[in-house]
Design a binder for this molecule. Structure first.
Ligand code: ATP
Length: 492
């Protein structure tokens, strides 16, 4: 927090008239501001809220209760020999009022000469564009490791819980990404249930995080049992993923390897992109968080940026984890003119985070094509690698048919060579569909499945590659120029 404290002190010292602290943690903000005013003996802190009015200044208590304009007028008259920070709670709600907005602008210009500062605290408020210029925004990160450690040890001491150094470290690590309030709630629950803090609380903390994700509009916590052995083919991708998994270890850090950033999977529908995202999470034993891009951009203008920030915070709090950005091309391929540049800004934030992140969040982005994909995403170095998931080769088709047959009729052994050779152009999903169709046919006659059922079913399905051939050729052309690696080891 040292860095944040320094930034805040500097803003106050340099006479910043209007500061917005972006955070949901109003109480924590207040504590930090109190600490800051304690550090500089000559600055006074006044707080204001709509119900109680002004507090913290002798002889002015209660001024401006239910009258937001009155408190601004009060601050305007405060002598410049008494530098004052006014922490005006919920004040952003009143800025729609033309009088308040004008007064804020007047004060912003006057406070360049007088040393007062107005402090606002809100998380997803989007300031109007004319106020935007007067505001300085400071993001408050969630509690850092040392803060959490102090918080947890204080709670443990107060409740006579004898935490070993190791348990304290584990709990601190598990709580990373939770707000102070949530940590207190988890601790209160643990104390009510067991009378002390202990290792047994780790599971509760994880559950708290899962619930935080569940409350989020745009993230979905995905339980999955898929594993790489459920994927037929894509062997080059599997080898690469194994290498990257190893790079998450402490040994890899000591070796000097950076944490893996992520992978972009491009390919036609049904070629196993989602299946791969799920299999990575399951086989790496990491939680899978799916980002719903549609919901990210739905709702109020400006809200998307707050949602994107929140998504990143949640993902970091769950690290190590997989952040699966499904259909990334659909989300960011919009026209900047039609959404006021929102998708461009969100994309820029996401890219900056990906470039700078030091947490173990592995991003798996999936896309059907590149025609709507912003160029920035395809540039080398954004993802660790870009893979093209093409339609399966003959061997892969054989493997996929075999897998789906074994999943449903484990004891049945059918020759699959003919079906595999007659299903050129089928995607993995279409091969699965072929097996299911054939089974319907056999079941309707109450008999065992035969090779001929599979052959018949394959003739009745028109694969997407027939209808979307042009798009697929374009994608392959693009990839063959070295911009993406084939996910399959191509033998034929
Ligand atoms: P979309 O672009 O439409 O989202 P996708 O590439 O993500 O498609 P998946 O959802 O992964 O495709 O595939 C759908 C289903 O098809 C999978 O759940 C799986 O049952 C089957 N499938 C696809 N590819 C393979 C494969 N290589 N091996 C085994 N099954 C596969």
């Amino acid at each position: 927090m040292q860095e944040w404290n320094d930034q805040f002190d500097l803003l106050v010292k340099s006479r910043t008239p209007l500061i917005l602290i972006r955070s949901r943690e109003e109480e924590r903000v207040e504590e930090l501001v109190i600490e800051s005013t304690n550090r500089s003996s000559h600055i006074r802190l006044a707080t204001w809220d709509y119900v109680e009015g002004l507090r913290g200044i002798l002889n002015s208590e209660g001024i401006g209760a239910r009258q937001p304009m009155t408190v601004l007028q009060w601050l305007r008259k405060v002598d410049s020999s008494l530098p004052t920070i006014l922490f005006a709670k919920d004040f952003h709600r009143f800025t729609e009022d033309a009088g308040i907005a004008r007064m804020l602008k007047i004060l912003c210009s006057e406070f360049r000469k007088t040393p007062h500062t107005i402090l606002l605290c809100a998380y997803d408020w989007v300031p109007s564009s004319d106020l935007d210029d007067s505001l300085t925004i400071l993001d408050l990160p969630l509690p850092q490791e040392n803060e959490l450690k102090i918080l947890l040890s204080n709670i443990a001491n107060a409740s006579d819980s004898n935490l070993t150094k190791e348990t304290l470290e584990d709990l601190t690590h598990a709580c990373s990404g939770l707000s102070e309030m949530r940590v207190r709630q988890v601790a209160a629950k643990a104390l009510a249930q067991r009378g002390k803090l202990s290792k047994a609380d780790l599971e509760e903390v994880l559950e708290e995080k899962r619930q935080a994700v569940a409350r989020s509009d745009v993230l979905e916590y995905f339980e999955t049992a898929a594993s790489p052995s459920d994927i037929g083919g894509l062997d080059a991708l599997k080898v690469w993923l194994n290498q990257r998994h190893a790079a998450f270890s402490d040994e890899a850090r000591q070796f000097g390897l950076p944490l893996p950033r992520g992978v972009l999977l491009i390919g036609p529908q049904g070629t196993g992109k989602s299946l791969t995202a799920k299999a990575i999470a399951h086989s790496w034993s990491m939680p899978l968080l799916r980002l719903d891009i549609g919901r990210l951009f739905a709702g109020l203008v400006g809200a998307s940026e707050a949602k994107a920030r929140e998504t990143i915070q949640y993902a970091e709090s769950m690290a190590p984890c997989i952040l699966w950005i499904d259909e990334i091309d659909k989300g960011f391929g919009g026209d900047a003119r039609s959404d006021g540049g929102t998708s461009q800004r969100v994309l820029a934030n996401l890219l900056t985070w990906m470039a700078e992140k030091r947490s173990a969040v592995f991003v798996v982005a999936t896309a059907n094509g590149i025609d709507r994909m912003p160029g920035e995403l395809l540039r080398k170095g954004r993802f660790d690698e870009i893979f093209l998931l093409d339609l399966p080769t003959l061997q892969e088709r054989f493997k996929i048919l075999e897998l789906h047959l074994k999943q449903r009729r484990p004891n049945l052994d059918l020759p699959l060579e003919t079906v595999a050779s007659r299903t050129e152009g089928f995607s993995g999903a279409e091969l699965e569909q072929t097996v299911i169709e054939a089974m319907h046919h056999a079941f309707s006659e109450r008999r065992e499945l035969l090779e001929t059922d599979l052959i018949l079913a394959s003739t009745q399905l028109i694969p997407l590659s027939k209808t979307a051939k042009e798009q697929l050729d374009f994608l392959k052309d693009w990839a063959s120029s070295g911009r993406a690696r084939p996910a399959s080891l191509r033998i034929n």
